[in-house]
Design a protein around this ligand. Structure first.
Ligand SMILES: C[S@@+](CC[C@H](N)C(=O)[O-])C[C@H]1O[C@@H](n2cnc3c(N)ncnc32)[C@H](O)[C@@H]1O
Length: 232
């Protein structure tokens, strides 16, 4: 997969993309990530990328020209252009799975008051990472990149992310590691039983219980009154 990120602050990505699983995925050649400062594409003699909003109001608005030119330079037939914006479609694991099957993502990070509305016409998709407003699209872009990369073949074990929260619509089951007893708190005995069938049943039950308690919005009622995952 190739990922291009349009940002005025490419330095923000350096540490994140040179650490941990993203670093290893890049080293193994499973993903190629490039950051592009679209200020370099500005045709303005002072490399200006923003201006005051028509109609008045506070803040500066990102202009069309640098972003249009930068995207057009990078875009290929199979590219998906994604705008990070608080009024975009909320990012969910299902969307992340879909994105992990793409071969080329172009992410546009807004900043300041936002961007000229006409920039939306360049995009195949608009994504929000939650109902709150950040200073810029850099953290949202990192969130998208991290969530997508861990699903790429060869990055982490498939069974590992298939058991994660949201993959099948439910939350993850509880995990424990050594020691067996910590400050009086014991590991559930079924996990020490070596009975894999029982362990699987226990984990399924616990995941369902937790989902029902914490995120009942992920569940729906079946025809016979059973509680089902939205996926079913
Ligand atoms: C200060 S915000 C602009 C907010 C805009 N005035 C609004 O109210 O929708 C600047 C940029 O940060 C990014 N951003 C902020 N919050 C975001 C979120 N929750 N999801 C995705 N992008 C976000 C977007 O790229 C946005 O253009």
């Amino acid at each position: 997969m190739k990922i291009d990120i349009l940002t005025l602050f490419p330095e923000m990505f350096e540490e994140v993309f040179s650490s941990s699983i993203i670093k290893r995925a890049r080293e193994k050649g499973l993903v190629e990530i490039s950051c592009h400062n679209f200020r370099e594409d500005s045709l303005d003699p002072h490399k200006k990328v923003d201006d005051t909003p028509y109609g008045g109001g506070c803040g500066m608005v990102l202009m069309c020209q640098p972003i249009f030119d930068c995207v057009r330079k990078l875009k290929k037939e199979n590219s998906k252009v994604i705008l990070l914006t608080p009024d975009g479609e909320p990012l969910h694991q299902k969307k992340v799975i879909d994105l992990s099957k793409e071969s080329h993502l172009i992410l546009i990070c807004g900043h300041y008051e936002g961007f000229d509305e006409r920039i939306r016409t360049l995009c195949d998709m608009e994504l929000s990472i939650g109902d709150y407003v950040l200073t810029g699209g850099e953290f949202p872009a990192m969130v998208v990149v991290d969530a997508v990369i861990r699903l790429l073949p060869g990055v982490i074990r498939q069974e590992s992310f298939e058991n994660d929260s949201f993959y099948d619509g439910s939350l993850d089951y509880p995990n424990y590691t050594k020691p067996r007893v910590f400050e009086g708190m014991e590991v559930p005995s079924v996990l020490l039983s070596g009975d894999h069938k029982k362990i699987e049943e226990y984990r399924k039950e616990e995941a369902e219980k937790k989902t029902k308690m914490r995120r009942s919005d992920l569940l729906k009622e079946g025809q016979d009154g059973d509680i089902l995952l939205q996926e079913d």
